[in-house]
Design a protein around this ligand. Structure first.
Ligand code: PGA
Length: 251
């Protein structure tokens, strides 16, 4: 099974519209890098301009979160119907959402179903904290996060999972390639149990956490790592271009 690798940039809560436009200009040509799916995830306010900039190009646009309901009295939230007007993918359950906004596995199960219902390709983020790793809880945490979010329903189409150890995010201290491979292989084994081997084999699993142009090739050399979810380095056009090219070169 060959899985097209993914280079996903999570811009988080950064930049003005002018800065988002400048970043897009700096990424010129990224859509011509063959055999990799490029995903850009700006803030909600930047989504329309980023979508317009890349219209017709081979670049996917992702929201960083969304609500489960199509509409209603949920002040400050963005619905899947609204998101689908400006994006085709959505990042769900990023550790910052779990940590600061109380998102739990049950809520993510509903969000995954909502993404499926509105044809948004989900990137479900999972990963253990430093304390959980120290207490040898990594596999148990990943099993729970993946299996509760997926529930008993069929896999959402195009499902992508990002393994992002919390201790590696924004710290400059990436997991080792071996640690990333062990976690991603474990996630694939959980997918095999819940969805069956054939489907599990098609799910793309990304590594995220302090990915940069120098360490990406070692992650891509791992059999169960199918790309990267990049935070800080995705805000620098040259770095994200280099990461994307390295991902393409790994195929
Ligand atoms: P980082 O963030 O690349 O800055 O570590 C990754 C993420 O949060 O998705």
């Amino acid at each position: 099974m060959t899985r097209t690798p993914i280079a996903a940039g999570n811009w988080k809560m950064n930049g003005t519209n002018a800065e988002a436009r400048a970043l897009c200009r700096g990424l010129a040509g990224i859509d011509a890098i063959d055999s990799v799916d490029v995903v850009l995830s700006p803030s909600f306010t930047q989504l329309p301009l980023v979508r317009d900039f890349w219209r017709g190009a081979n670049v996917h646009i992702a929201g960083q979160n969304m609500h489960t309901q199509p509409s209603g009295a949920y002040t400050g939230e963005i619905s899947p119907v609204q998101l689908a007007e400006v994006a085709d993918w959505v990042i769900l359950g990023h550790s910052e959402r779990r940590q600061f906004f109380c998102e739990d596995d049950q809520a993510l199960a509903l969000k995954l179903r909502a993404a499926e219902a509105h044809s948004l390709t989900p990137i479900l983020c999972v990963g253990e904290s430093e304390a959980e790793r120290e207490n040898q809880r990594t596999s148990a945490v990943l099993t729970r996060q993946v299996s509760v979010a997926l529930g008993d329903s069929p896999a959402p189409s195009g499902l992508v999972i990002a393994y992002e150890p919390v201790w590696a995010i924004g710290t400059g201290q990436a997991a080792t390639p071996d640690e990333a491979q062990a976690a991603c292989a474990h996630i694939r084994s959980v997918l095999t149990e819940t969805l069956g081997a054939e489907t599990a084999d098609t799910v793309r699993i990304l590594y995220g956490g302090s990915v940069n142009p120098s360490n990406i090739a070692d992650f891509m050399a791992q059999p169960d790592v199918d790309g990267a979810l990049v935070g800080g380095a995705s805000l620098q056009a040259d770095a994200f271009l280099a990461i994307t090219q390295a991902i393409a070169d790994s195929v």
